[in-house]
Design a protein around this ligand. Structure first.
Ligand SMILES: *Cc1c(COP(=O)(O)O)cnc(C)c1O
Length: 401
């Protein structure tokens, strides 16, 4: 997308607004499938918690992706978007047996991540095959909130509990059709990932009815210039080769599955905001925008760095700014950041706003959530209206006082 396209979206739909570039999503999807072209059976299940707008789901389905879901509501949204139940994997953590059974009744692939549910489910529904989520205890991840494979993590069944899993499987006569790991977001080191994959292969040997091995996700995308990113091509080459060797040893061709979120949608997203106030203090210059962590919380929640550019004055002289929001609480998007000279009314563009931005937005300060627009075939398509005051009042029950 070009600057003039982004500005035209703000012109039509106002600010703040989220814009997603369909071409970028397709390009990322193709890049991933190309990197694993050597594997005859590959499945990319889009982790929809990154960006769950139904039109984005439909786009993913059109590209050939399946869906990775973490709640029964995500499962239902996926079905609503037209995915067949077999194209959906349900990978929840800490949900009730009732929720697991409801997902099973909808026909989606279950991925179970604790021994208690495994035993209960296997006893009641031994005929329904399930995948198991293994925790290989490998530390891989950008920061502690998104590292989910280490020893203290709440995710997955410990690799050291394989004997217990096998006992449950034997006792209940249940069927294990897949084995899964998701070591956490942000794979920086391919060797660490391959090491975790070896642990998963080792575990896989114990299960004779596998149809697929799911390596989760954690592909890192660049957030700022010079950022390291996962070398997908190198990972594809190395893991494909090991996977095919494993299949030979296992005696059957299996499906290799991934469930990327960020990789597919992060860079496709732009968050466009307007500068309300430029405030010079004794120590800095604040650019105060018409948004806050109610709309984009990653900088405050994860310490994430989002590249910010002034698209109203792209060629302007660079100056240092603290970009902050309008929330009545500290909400710093960037401090001491070099940005082309900002005037009040300018439009700033946050990059990498596709993943974990809109889906984490809230109504804090009683602010409505912004509109979402998909840029497709050179046109802006509204895919979610901005909320209004009516939306804020919708489920409130006013009592007489
Ligand atoms: C969040 C999540 C993903 C996606 O992670 P990304 O870093 O966005 O690619 C994949 N699998 C599971 C089980 C997840 O919870």
């Amino acid at each position: 997308m070009e600057v003039k396209d982004l500005l035209s979206v703000v012109h039509t739909y106002g600010s703040p607004v989220y814009v997603y570039d369909a071409n970028k999503i397709s390009a990322q999807y193709e890049r991933l499938t190309k990197a694993f072209a050597a594997v005859p059976s590959l499945r990319i299940n889009y982790a929809m918690k990154a960006l769950s707008n139904v039109s984005i789901l439909k786009l993913m389905r059109k590209l050939g992706a399946g869906l990775d879901t973490v709640s029964i509501q995500e499962v239902k949204l996926g079905l609503h978007a037209g995915f067949a139940p077999e194209q959906i994997i349900f990978t929840p953590n800490g949900v009730s047996m009732e929720e697991i059974e409801e997902a099973a009744s909808l026909g989606v692939q279950l991925n179970i991540d604790n021994l208690s549910i495994l035993e209960q489910f296997g006893s009641k529904h031994p005929q329904i095959p399930v995948c198991i989520r293994i925790n290989p205890h490998v530390m891989a991840g950008g920061n502690s909130k998104i590292s989910v494979g280490h020893i203290d993590s709440k995710f997955g069944i410990s690799i050291h509990q394989i004997p217990h899993i096998l006992r449950i499987v034997e006792n209940t006569k249940m069927h294990i059709n897949g084995i899964h790991m998701h070591t956490g977001s942000d794979i920086l080191d391919i060797d660490v990932f391959l090491y975790a994959a070896e642990i998963l292969f080792d575990a896989a040997k114990h299960f004779r009815e596998l149809k697929f091995i799911d390596f989760g996700s954690g592909f890192k995308v660049p957030y700022k210039e010079g950022d390291i990113q996962t070398d997908i091509e190198e990972l594809g080459e190395k893991l494909s080769q090991r996977f095919l060797e494993f299949c030979k040893l296992y005696g059957r061709n299996l499906t290799l599955a991934f469930e990327p979120g960020k990789f597919l949608v992060s860079e496709a997203g732009f968050f466009l905001v307007k500068v309300n106030v430029v405030k010079q203090t004794t120590s800095t210059v604040f650019a105060q925008i018409d948004s806050g962590f109610n709309h984009l919380i990653r900088p405050m929640f994860y310490g994430a760095t989002h590249f910010i550019e002034n698209i109203s004055n792209p060629e302007g002289k660079k100056r240092f700014y603290s970009v902050v929001g309008y929330i009545c609480e500290t909400d710093t998007f960037a401090s001491n950041r070099q940005i082309a000279e900002i005037s009040e009314g300018d439009i700033l563009c946050f990059r990498n706003a596709g993943a974990y931005c809109y889906t984490m937005a809230s109504n804090y300060n009683s602010r409505p959530r912004p509109a979402e627009v998909l840029w497709i075939d050179g046109q802006a398509k509204l895919i979610r209206k901005a909320e209004t005051l009516e939306d804020l009042l919708r489920n409130q029950v006013e009592i007489d006082l």
